[in-house]
Ligand binder design. Sequence first.
Ligand SMILES: Nc1ncnc2c1ncn2[C@@H]1O[C@H](COP(=O)(O)OP(=O)(O)OP(=O)(O)O)[C@@H](O)[C@H]1O
Ligand SMILES: [Mg+2]
Length: 259
Amino acid sequence: MADGIEVRGVTFEYSTGLGSVLAVKDASFTVAPSEFLCIVGPSGCGKTTILNMLAGFLAPTRGEILIGGKPLGKAKTDRGVVFQDFAQLFPWRTALANVEFGLEMRGVGKAERRATAMEYIRLVGLEKFSSTYPHQLSGGMQQRVAIARALAYNPGVLLMDEPFAALDAMTRDDMQGLVASVWAATKKTIVYITHNVAEAVYLGDKVIVMAAHPGTIRQEIRIPLARPRDPLSDEFIATQRHLLTVLGARKPPARAAAE
Ligand SMILES: Nc1ncnc2c1ncn2[C@@H]1O[C@H](COP(=O)(O)OP(=O)(O)OP(=O)(O)O)[C@@H](O)[C@H]1O
Ligand SMILES: [Mg+2]
């Protein structure tokens, strides 16, 4: 099951004691069923705010969001969410019992939920650690449990907010490979937030580049590269360079005087 997403003219303002903060201004985009969307942008540009609206944790101040064609709020669709924070697992539950949680809440019987949870534990390569508690697992492994937990629910959409930002570079590369294979195996619609342009080029079918103050969409870029992607290929590096230029993190090279 994979749902499409439509975000139509969405604005979000936080109310604070000191007045309101315009976090996202007039954002519109769509994500097709089974599409992989990445959102990149500078710190504070409203990425997490958008994700929290897609998750239904925040309601837009203006505009509307449809998931699977139904307005959010009325929709019965479930969304799996994975956060940056390693502390998102229940510390008193084993890896397997964490993955079972959503199914348990839904009233799925013990044998069935155990079998389903084990399937997703296997998908993220943690079968040897199913009876381990979160504090006995590395950060990368905990994030893998969080991904398995979000998927076990069989949500129409998987939302991920910088899930690997706190990991070292090598573990992060492994995790990106894992997400690519999880996506290929499940064909979920994924919205994935990252600071890292190379990660967005590696994972996304398309990438939304945001600008800060207030958060607006600067450009939507389709990634034309076949999968699996090679981060060292010329096309990959050229796409990454283009994204960095759109992001404003890199000036286009000055033309040679002779040109
Ligand atoms: N609870 C809140 N109350 C008031 N303002 C907030 C709140 N949460 C976020 N903001 C403001 O809204 C804007 C967008 O924040 P948001 O967390 O969505 O950005 P972000 O792109 O996820 O940043 P980062 O890359 O640092 O995670 C920022 O200016 C932030 O200061
Ligand atoms: Mg954020």
